[in-house]
Design a protein around this ligand. Sequence first.
Ligand SMILES: [Ca+2]
Ligand SMILES: [Ca+2]
Ligand SMILES: [Ca+2]
Ligand SMILES: [Ca+2]
Length: 390
Amino acid sequence: METRRCLWSLLRNATLMVSLFAMYVTEAAGAHDCDGNGVFDEIEIAGKVYWSDYGSEMIKRADLDGANDENLVDLGMNSGLEGIAVDTTAGKVYWTDQGTHKIQRSNFDGTVVEDLVTVGLSAPYEIALDVAAGKMYWTDNSTKKVQRANLDGSDVEDLVTTGLGLPEGIDLDLTAGKIYWIDNGTTKIHRSDLDGTDVEDLVTTGISQPVGLALDVAAGKMYWTDWGSDKIQRANLDGSGVEDLVTTGLDHPVGIALDLVGGKMYWADSDNDVIQRANLDGSNVETIVNAGANDPEFIAVAQPRPDADNDGLLDACDECPNDPDKTALGVCGCGVPDDDADSNGTIDCQEQAPADPSGCGCGSGIDGIALFPMTLMGIGWMRRRRGKGE
Ligand SMILES: [Ca+2]
Ligand SMILES: [Ca+2]
Ligand SMILES: [Ca+2]
Ligand SMILES: [Ca+2]
């Protein structure tokens, strides 16, 4: 019995050491890309706006306030960039190209450009992603179709192929399992099931030449740009209650995207050559990018991912998401620092621990005296391993 208790005590010490190692490794990794999706934490926490720039043939991005605008991918003079969408989980940006008749994607930083769909497309227009189901949906305003495929471009399906004039803006309501799209030829906004069946007319009056579309499913609203009347408008998801939100200062707005975390809508104004944003009710219009945009078409927002305690580590990676001083449980758990105030080798939260009930004499003594040097040895060993590039 005594042997078993001593073994249990040693096992407990080993577990504590593993916890300390885990804390060390997590904190070291947390400075960069904690979830390994290829996007640094600081970029995910801040959010970005991405847009397709038809005039310069580039995919570009900027901070949500327009700062740090940069060129990501230069598609060259044969391109005709239109739709754009982001997958914040995998850190990928997707776009359609009417010049090369392709759908492509790259990493968020513009590296690793991949061709996804290269056959059967004529003028692919706006694109929307269902990341959870591994699907992308798009309109083609030349073949007059709504289509979908897997995110890698395989398994292309025709969903809606009849009755379409000039299908353009598209977005998804994944809660209700619906595709919404704009038909700029028949001047209607439609929806159907995700397989293209059960097509409904939603908005048929009060619009001129709608183009870009974005849904706020939680609030039951859809937002669109109207290229013909130079407006930003919205309505309920059933098409009722059409409202004018922005009616002045626009010159052929195209793409629109929502940041529901920040309560903002973003759009690309293709003839003023600016990226703008406003509150969701259309108030407080701001121009966030007014140089470096050249016929911007569509726009996508990589919404900020939450870091509730502002310690620089995403909630998704933070074992203590509400403790700004800890990123891992450590020895004492969240909310209690792993401090050793009197430097006696026993961490404060363990100082008041009850005496070792085993009575074998190997419990509380080894906790403090052996754990500290063993942990230091362990961290030294980790660093030597890293130093060797293992
Ligand atoms: Ca990341
Ligand atoms: Ca955090
Ligand atoms: Ca934390
Ligand atoms: Ca102590």
